[in-house]
Design a protein around this ligand. Structure first.
Ligand code: FES
Ligand code: FES
Length: 267
């Protein structure tokens, strides 16, 4: 039993129970005085040391640097070269840095979102060599020589990708946080269907080759890794279905039509 509990019969607060190395870590983080007490109060009952170590590791790994050079305190720095949205990039970074963090913190491509950071929500989905991949579960060090496409590289200049246009037309988003991941996922999904790749609910698992026509259920199943907290699912499915039909989607024409209807109604 802790000596203080033995001597006084009272349970000391978290600060008293801290180990010297944990105190040092809090000092390094610059958490003193009231902030320190507040922090410890909030963290009571949690593995404090593990938490602080995680915060420190994240801070070090994420330190923003516009140059391709790793922050001075990066551990095990590695050099990686790849292509992002058609542009060649070379970075030196901490070997533990995820692709999502490298895109957002080192390359300033903040379109890919961090939702859960645990591979559960799909907000970080990007396309690597034509396949959809979760940026938060991919180490940047694994991406040498790869061709990466993020939401920023989907449109052609001012011309939206058909999937983007269709999401606008069908109102496939509300807050928009999940949307970059949804669109990247949906674009890669079109290729999977064209290549005849099967899903968990495919009727005929023995079929070989040939494009697959996706039912709404197939679209839902294949997009099940992309969560939407706003619940825009019916509209997302409608947007993907329209692109899957191959019919050109002209979102601007759609908006002009709406505007014209609104103008007519107000006259
Ligand atoms: Fe990557 Fe949620 S942030 S899956
Ligand atoms: Fe808000 Fe999907 S549009 S989370």
């Amino acid at each position: 039993m802790n000596k203080e509990i033995e001597d006084t019969g009272t349970v000391p607060d978290a600060e008293t129970l801290m180990q010297a190395d944990e105190e040092q870590l809090l000092d390094e983080l610059g958490i003193f005085g009231d902030s320190r007490r507040r922090f410890l109060g909030q963290m009571a009952g949690v593995g404090i040391g593990a938490l602080i170590l995680q915060v420190l590791a994240d801070e070090k790994a994420l330190a923003f640097s516009e140059s391709g050079t790793a922050p001075a305190f990066a551990e095990n720095p590695v050099s990686v070269s790849f292509t992002v949205n058609g542009a060649k990039k070379s970075l030196e970074l901490d070997s533990r840095m995820t692709l999502l963090d490298a895109l957002r913190e080192r390359l300033g491509l903040t379109g890919s979102k961090k939702g859960c950071d645990h591979g559960q929500c799909g907000a970080c989905t990007v396309i690597i060599d034509g396949r959809r991949v979760l940026g938060c579960l991919t180490l940047t060090a694994q991406c040498g020589g790869k061709d990466i496409t993020t939401i920023e590289g989907i449109a052609h200049g001012t011309e939206l990708h058909p999937m983007q246009a269709s999401f606008i037309k069908h109102d496939g988003f509300q807050c928009g946080y999940c949307t970059p991941g949804q669109i990247c996922s949906a674009i890669a999904l079109m290729d999977e269907a064209r290549n005849g790749e099967l899903s968990f609910i495919s009727d005929d698992v023995r079929r070989k080759g040939g494009a697959i026509t996706l039912s709404d259920d197939e679209i839902r199943e294949r997009m099940s890794g992309n969560l939407c907290r706003c619940g825009a699912y019916p509209n997302i499915v409608a947007a993907i279905r329209e692109v899957h039909t191959g019919k050109p989607t002209d979102a601007m024409a759609f908006h002009k039509l709406i505007m014209a209807e609104e103008n007519d109604a107000s006259v």
